[in-house]
Design a protein around this ligand. Structure first.
Ligand code: SDX
Length: 379
């Protein structure tokens, strides 16, 4: 029996699996819209709270809508005591493993967990978005032998994260940087982690399963883990002069320059442009301009690759920003996850609205119809 001829789409490259209204990406020119609004406008004008509202409710909020939404987020920051206990029990694990485990465990305390309705998913998406920074910061405190810092309802989402992480009110400029970083990471179509979340929703599993899946998938360095690797690269390079030899050696041996390349963008990722200016300003403010200079030198050296569509992506400068804010490097990816929970929520709600099981196929290339050999006859 000859097998039907199949056309493989490895990595699902350029395969469209559904329609969406959450974000538009033009990879050729490096354009990104959230619900029709350009990321350049949102990054420079909208708060993360405003951006979450836009993504979840498909409209920019009025001031009174934003105030009510902000109050709802704040009301959901605190963790059930059992979740803090789970963080204590898993404190020696990687922060992303703790976040994934704790987020998964919140399912046991969410009254809406089994309800996949749009309204229930909105409530759950708010709760998960609100709790994530509290989980990450509580773990950072506990692994250093300290008690978690209670959320400060006077501070916005980003400022409160830095407050709980360091135990002191942040410089408003630092909080504004993390707020913008959350905006830039909030949603990006059916990237690998959002695809994982959609697969979970396609089987009619719930939002907690889907977000737990998203966190698990995001952890890989080919996806969310790049920011940490970019900063490791900058530290290994050490100075501008060494950037050229380092990068050339890396690519000549088939290595990947982390923070470069993208499955969809063939031009500069528009999100990286906003973080570039912030990384330069922060480096100067913190008296450490060299990291920005090293990264700029890497961009210069990678110029020939840009002609092949290999340009810097959202993770290229974010690692330097987190490093200059004294955030431990194993928390970099957790910051990406905190920002992306609204995006996973939106993708899951869209999947539920017109659900279909996501179940691709594999072309079998193994042996066919072998005769079964009894144990005693095997050699
Ligand atoms: C994110 O999808 C999203 O939307 C993701 C994201 C989001 O918001 O959710 O934007 C966030 O994940 C950004 C990407 C972060 N990852 C990294 O920075 C890791 C380094 N980048 C690469 O590993 C890579 O670019 C990927 C994984 C991001 C994309 O890889 P693809 O699309 O599978 O492309 P590929 O591996 O087939 O590479 C195509 C060619 C290859 O050359 P050839 O073998 O054909 O000669 O481009 C080369 C690659 O060698 N290439 C690179 C490179 N990335 C691709 N060469 C050097 N350095 C790189 N970074």
């Amino acid at each position: 029996m000859t097998q039907e001829k199949v056309r493989l789409h490895r990595g699902l490259r350029d395969v469209y699996i559904d329609r969406t209204q959450s974000s538009f990406i033009d990879g050729k020119i490096g354009k990104l819209l959230y619900r029709g609004y350009n990321i350049d406008d949102l990054a420079e004008n909208a708060s993360f709270e405003e951006t979450i509202y836009l993504l979840l409710y498909s409209k920019l909020p009025t001031q009174s809508e934003l105030d009510a939404f902000d109050a709802d987020l704040k009301a959901n920051r605190a963790l059930p005591e059992a979740i803090v206990e789970i963080i204590r029990l898993t404190k020696d694990a990687h922060p992303m493993d703790v976040l994934r485990t704790a987020i998964s465990a919140t399912a046991a305390y969410d009254p809406d967990v089994a309800d996949n309705s749009h309204e229930a998913n909105l409530r759950k998406g708010v709760r998960l978005t609100a709790m994530a920074p509290t989980i990450v910061a509580a773990h950072a405190q506990i692994r250093n032998g300290k008690d978690p810092v209670e959320p400060d309802l006077e501070l916005n989402h980003a400022g409160n994260f830095l407050y709980m992480l360091f135990g002191e009110r942040p410089d408003p400029r630092d909080a504004a940087l993390i707020d913008k970083d959350f905006v830039l990471h909030a949603e990006h179509g059916v990237n690998a982690s959002s695809f994982g979340a959609r697969v979970a929703a396609s089987t009619q599993a719930d939002l907690h399963c889907a977000v737990t899946t998203g966190i698990a998938v995001l952890k890989g360095p080919a996806h969310g883990g790049a920011a940490e690797e970019v900063m490791k690269m900058a530290l290994e390079i050490g100075n501008e002069e060494n950037a050229g030899p380092y990068v050339r050696n890396l690519v000549e041996h088939g290595g990947r320059v982390m923070g470069f390349g993208h499955r969809v963008y063939r031009a500069v990722d528009p999100r990286s442009v906003h973080l570039r200016d912030d990384a330069r300003e922060l480096g100067e403010r913190k008296g450490q301009p060299k990291w920005f200079s090293i990264l700029q030198e890497v961009i210069e050296i990678m110029q020939p690759y840009s002609r092949r569509g290999i340009c810097q992506n959202v993770d290229f400068f974010s690692g330097a920003i987190y490093y200059l804010l004294d955030i431990p490097d194993d928390l970099f990816i957790s910051i990406f996850a905190m920002g992306r929970i609204p995006g996973w929520t939106v993708q899951v709600m869209e999947q539920f609205e017109n659900n279909i099981l996501l179940r691709p196929r594999l072309e079998y290339t193994g042996p066919m119809d072998l005769e079964y050999v009894k144990m005693g006859d095997r050699d």
